[in-house]
Structures are given as structure tokens and as C-alpha cells.
Design a protein around this ligand. Sequence first.
Ligand code: G4P
Ligand code: NA
Ligand code: NA
Length: 194
Amino acid sequence: MKRLQEKMKQDGRVLSEHVLKVDSFLNHQIDPLLMKEIGEEFANRFASEKITKIVTLESSGIAPSVMTGLVLGVPVVFARKRQSLTMTDDLLTANVYSFTKETANRIAVSNAFLSVDDHVLIIDDFLANGQAALGLIDIVRQAGSSIAGVGIVIEKSFQNGAQLLEQEGIRVESLARIGSLKEGEIQFKEEGPQ
Ligand code: G4P
Ligand code: NA
Ligand code: NA
């Protein structure tokens, strides 16, 4: 997605060979117009699927998910990282391991919001090692819902998340794919040798 790539080049900051900071439009301040276009793009890419629900993870997955849900006219469910006081229903949970933080965290969705009749699009802001996406897939499968695929705003293709998901037979649609962050530069996968 051209406009997203331009925004990443313009406003993103390469913090290391592994991390791109995009706090000014995705992870802290949010650019609603860009999010709207992202929502339209995800909706287009999954137009042939009869999506009934979007599932994401708080917090940065929520903005692109809500925009997609608006276009598709379906609800958005976000998995919680912290248990809320009012979350007293049956919970579907998964453990998500973070390689960066070297910790495992439980994520949870109320069983009430997913059913065997749902056909789910999973969305997240970043795809790195794929552990968050795998946790969401686990939860959606526990509910008995089917999965149309995973929509990712920024995929870091030099990490193994996309490969892991594709090995699971999951369709992955990433709007920007980073091939490398070496020498302080974003190189998109499409630009360089495949
Ligand atoms: P990791 O082990 O490969 O780091 O993956 P993990 O899923 O644990 O990522 C930890 C957090 O860092 C996630 O956000 C993820 O989206 C984010 N992340 C991973 N790589 C990058 C990157 O290159 N740039 C940015 N900006 N974020 C990245 P989170 O903790 O769930 O935060 P939030 O969703 O609440 O904002
Ligand atoms: Na995230
Ligand atoms: Na359910």
C-alpha cells in the first residue's frame, strides 16, 4: 500500500536493525485518514470472504480493526492483555510469548463474542515473530469459528511470523512488508531481491 509505505519512510524512525518506531501514526498518535484507507484496503483484500467478525489485540490493533469493521459492517472484538473487572464470563485464553520481552502473557476474549457461525478476520498492527497472531488464531479456533485470514499493517519479513502463519495454512495479507532495516533505512520487500 503506497501511502502507508510513504508514511513509514517519512515519519517512521528506524531504532535498530529490528525495530521501526511508528508512534506518530500507528502506535501512539493515530492518523485517522490513513487508518480509514487501511480499513478500505483490508476490506477489499478480503471482499470475497463472508467476514462476520474482526478479532484483534489491544491496543494498537484496535484502530485499523475498527476502520475495517466500519467498511465491512461487522463488529470488532479485541483480546485483552489484562483481565478487566467486568470480564466475568467464560473466557477463551491463550499464552503469547514475547521474544523481545522474554515473557509470556495471557490474552483473553469472552466466549460470548465468538461462535461457530463466525468467519473471522484477524488484524494486527505488526507481524514480527507471529506469536500474538498465533495466540489469536488459537482463541478463534477454541470458539469453533472459522478463519478467513490475518491482515497485518506492517510485516517485518525478516522475522519468521509470516512464514509460521503460512505454514499453518493461514492466508496473510500485509499492507507493507519490510525486507530490511539495515543501515537506518527501510527497505520494502518488493523493492529488493525477493
Ligand atoms: P516480538 O517478540 O517479536 O517482539 O513480538 P511481540 O509480539 O512480543 O511484540 C511486542 C510488541 O512490539 C507488540 O506490541 C508488537 O506489535 C510490537 N512490535 C514488534 N515489532 C515492532 C516494531 O518493529 N515496531 C513497533 N513499533 N512495534 C513492534 P504490543 O506490546 O502489543 O503493543 P501495543 O499493541 O499495545 O501497542
Ligand atoms: Na501490537
Ligand atoms: Na462462543
